[in-house]
Design a protein around this ligand. Structure first.
Ligand code: NAD
Ligand code: LMR
Length: 334
């Protein structure tokens, strides 16, 4: 009798721990739709909440017919709909905002996306202050600091729970190297550090199994400007959506694995980081070990070669400006 109830209690607490509500803000967009589909296919997600300023109920109705166990709900575009979508979320992914067209930089998106992300961050601070917030909307180098400032102003900032999604840079680096070397991309683990735009993206090939690639300037440039390839190929119809959905789903899956007890889960991601704070860089992407509380440990950049030292220097000056721009925006437009 005693044993049976203990087993029952254990079974209950294990399944309670594994109940994970995941919310997508911008769910009807180019990234939002395939991302929602991939999350529906993830058995670690028990409840999927989809929100957008238009079209979320339709996407939810569609995705909800996929025969996996999770429930799916699309929320009406209103403050109340947004609050309900966020209530109880363990993870919130934010791909809301406009994408680039050819000739634009990510920073050119700032004027539109800064206020979208600011307002969504306010809603998160209000309705799910303890959730892991995964920011996809560009310019990530500025939108993550915007979220941090909004959370700070409301007294609910937890730096361990705020992530800029830079997974796509790592995904690209691994794929591009495998094309060059005719290898399986699964085996190509390339660390990418810095930020998420142009020269702030710094691949560290010296730490990979092909250290000589750090002097392959074309490859370095391809990783730094991989997003432009897609923007140009789409010719005005947007930027990466499908590969980004895969990258965002991978980052969410890694967080869920870590929160559900797996040890040693490491992803590179743009976080509030001590690594270069002495140089005025408050946020930096590097390998981060994830845990039940979000960030478990920020790993050091480690040994890099002379070429990479130079790349990192170039990264710092742009990154610092991008971060400051995000903070200044919230100071002027709280
Ligand atoms: P999209 O225009 O196809 O979709 C954006 C969606 O956001 C739309 O459905 C729109 O209705 C919605 N939206 C706008 N304002 C909103 C609000 N206030 N609340 C909720 N939803 C809102 O764009 P996309 O191709 O999906 O790209 C979205 C963003 O992701 C862009 O800023 C893009 O630059 C960025 N992006 C980032 C990465 C990365 O690696 N971090 C990769 C690709 C794209
Ligand atoms: C990417 O890297 O593909 C995204 O940041 C979208 C873009 O604007 O390039």
């Amino acid at each position: 009798m005693f044993m049976a109830s203990r087993i029952q209690t254990r079974a209950f607490s294990a399944s309670a721990r594994n109940l994970s509500k995941v919310t997508v803000l911008g769910a009807a967009g180019g990234i939002g739709q395939p991302l929602s589909l991939l999350l529906k296919l993830n058995p670690r997600v028990s409840e999927l909440a989809l929100y957008d300023i238009r079209g979320a109920p339709g996407v939810a109705a569609d995705v909800s017919h996929v025969n996996t166990k999770s429930t799916v709900k699309g929320y009406e575009a209103s403050p109340a709909g947004l609050a309900s979508a966020l209530k109880g979320a363990e993870i919130v992914l934010i791909p809301a905002g406009v994408p680039r067209k050819p000739g634009m930089t990510r920073d050119d998106l700032f004027n539109t996306n800064a206020s979208i992300v600011r307002d969504l961050a306010k809603a998160c601070a209000e309705s799910c202050p303890e959730a892991n917030i995964l920011v996809i909307s560009n310019p990530v180098n500025s939108t993550v600091p915007i979220c941090a400032e909004i959370f700070k102003a409301r007294g609910v900032y937890n730096p361990k729970r705020l992530f800029g999604v830079t997974t796509l840079d790592v995904v690209r680096a691994s794929r591009f190297v495998s094309e060059l070397k005719d290898t399986n991309p699964v085996d190509e683990k390339i660390t990418v550090v810095g930020g998420h735009s142009g020269v702030t993206i710094v691949p560290l090939f010296s730490q990979s199994s092909h250290p000589e690639l750090s002097s392959n300037a074309d490859l370095v440039k391809r990783v730094q400007f991989g997003g432009d390839e897609v923007v140009q190929a789409k010719d005005g119809a947007g930027s990466a959506t499908l590969s980004m959905a895969m990258a965002g789903a991978r980052m969410a899956e890694s967080l869920l694995r870590a929160s559900q007890g797996e040890k040693g889960v490491v992803e590179p991601t743009f976080v509030d980081s001590p690594l270069y704070k002495d140089q005025g860089i408050d946020f930096f992407s590097s390998k981060v070990e994830l845990g039940p509380n979000g960030v478990e440990q920020i790993l050091p950049v480690g040994k890099i070669d002379a070429v990479e030292e130079k790349l990192l220097e170039a990264c710092f000056s742009d990154l610092k400006k991008n971060i400051e721009k995000g903070k200044a925006f919230v100071a002027a437009n709280p």
